[in-house]
Design a protein. Sequence first.
Length: 750
Amino acid sequence: MSEIPSLVQDLAVILIVAGIVTLLFKKLKQPLVLGYIMAGFLVSPHMPLLPLAVDKENIQSWADIGVMFLLFSLGLDFSFKKILKMGSAPIIAALTIVFSMMLLGICVGKLFSWSQINCIFLGGMLAMSSTTIIYKAFDDLGLRQQKFAGLVMSVLILEDILAIVMMVMLSAVASGNSPDGSQMVNSILRIAFFLTVWLVVGIFVIPIFLRSVRKLMNSETLLIVSLGLCCLMAVISTQVGFSSAFGAFIMGSILAETVEADKIIKVVEPVKNLFGAVFFVSVGMLVQPQILIDYALPIIVITLAILIGQSTLGSFGYLLSGQPLKQALRCGFSMAQIGEFAFIIASLGLSLGVIGDFLYPVVVAVSVITTFLTPYMIRGAVPAYHILETRLPDVWVQRINRASMKMPSSLSTKTNWRSLLRSMGFNTAVYGILCIAAIALMENLFLPFSRRLIQSEWTSVACSILTVLLISPFLRAMIVKKNNSEEFKALWLESNHNRLPLISTILARIVIAMSFVFYVFKNMTNFSTALLLCVALIAIIVMVMSRTLKRSSIRMERMFQQNLRSRDIAEQAAGKRRPLFEERMLNHDLHISEVTVPDDSLWAGQTLRQLQLNQRFGINVASILRGSRRINIPSANDTVFPGDRLSVIGDDEHLSNLDSTLQKETYPEDYDIEHREMKLERIIIGSNSRFLGKTLMESGIRDKYNCMVVGLESGEESLSNVSPYYTFKRDDILWLVGEDVNIAKLTSNL
């Protein structure tokens, strides 16, 4: 019999111990993350009580996969559109908290004379509060529905994004001997470039692929395809110099915009739980009791830094975002802990070999302590506010609260110029990045391949022409987009002084587009500069004038927008999200509401024409949601069934009248329910029976007596079906089903 590989043995040990410990933590109502860490501590070589042999290399492999799937699942719960809709408050709070806590962590590390890279990584760990632990604490304390809890969760989403960016930057910083500003800027630009390319290409391609194979997808194939895409992006991410976790997060955020996102989250959940558990167990395995004893003072100081720093700096961040003092304190006190991202950043530092072995167990110990203190910190926010309210001058408190009310709630622009320039700049940047990516792909892959295949001087010319054709939709969109926008037209008509600057914006984008064409031909051909400038100008004119290119560019943009909104559209169709036009209706005292047809409604079985809802209530039925089917703009001949959800449009009074009438117009309660029992009766057609010589249809057994003939006895144990045209004969034995009263009435007249 062959031996079991050590990898399987280690996995068995980890899961058995983790299962027992987490059941205990579940019983004690503690976060499961702490149970996993404790299980890792128990099976580690540093724990002599359990002589379990666990290979660190095997566990590290499982842990790396666990981090990848954890961030993939985080991406599935994330949406870049949500960030844009949050407004300024969460953004200001998140940036203030992250940078303040990171600076505090660096200062604490300097206090103990740790190396510069250790201090930077410590700052990154201290800046990240735990989404999992805070969500669990809010749930246990019954605070999830309160306003401050929603604001905290918004900030945590932004912190998760900043943590992803921070991981990439820390990797870049760790690769250099002396991190400086230029290296940081270079890291940010690389992140922005690849992030834009991956998101735009991914959102354009992946939803189209999933839509084309939707009929072939079941839970099994969807799981395999999703994890395959996750691993593919992880490989691509490592190839360009980022971590696999970063790529997994990007793929998760791309899939989050698809119709299949909810299904993917459901099928991936068990995989994430399995490998996530292995990762947190590996965290506990690195905890060394001796290090905890030797570094007891740093653990205490870091713990106090988190508790005091988050409760003060965090509250200050929320104050800057426009929250009143009480709200800000409740938010700041809620975030006084570190969790999963601190472990991931620490794992990154260890894998890169740039942080000391002591830092990992120190951070784990701090996380355990702050996690246990989280509920007490949340409860302590209101008493802290009352103390401040009594100690601070009333004028200060009033000024703080008044200042918070005046803070802007969104980052919306105030002028047409600002809106137009921002849109033009964003479009130019995005299309420019796509052009750069396409040119790099053609230069580094297609051009060398073509030269090896066809050794001719015209090969480079052909490749340059193909490259220009490839980027032409992007260049055309860069030039003409926003030229017919409402802001552009308003500024053009507003004043003659605006026209020259507006023309300058068009010329500037033309120059940028020409520079791309010039670069392509310059790098791939040997033509003179003057000729290349003429070629670039002619190419841009052809692009702008081409109707074919215009149609393809518009079609591509509409396809991208449809893919980006596909999940929203699917949720609207399923009744999970309000339609976008609802906000416009509110300006006219109209809004859309949803009413459900009761099971015993008198409306069931009637058409909309028969119900006359517009004449009776002054409302319009926009759609009918029946199970997974949605009937938009139903006709007058569409029938209403029990359980249908009607999306209706009207004002408050009309909608209120409709709902109250719908609930009233139901079948009355049956007070004789005890007499509704169905019975089976056997009758014999005699010589004097009134049914003799009549057909089943003529007898009126069903219509007059409300009974039903279920069979004609044709043997000792067999019944034959009775046709409606069967003529009853003498001695026929019929079996009837009906209510007791109706059967008695029928037999009395037999």
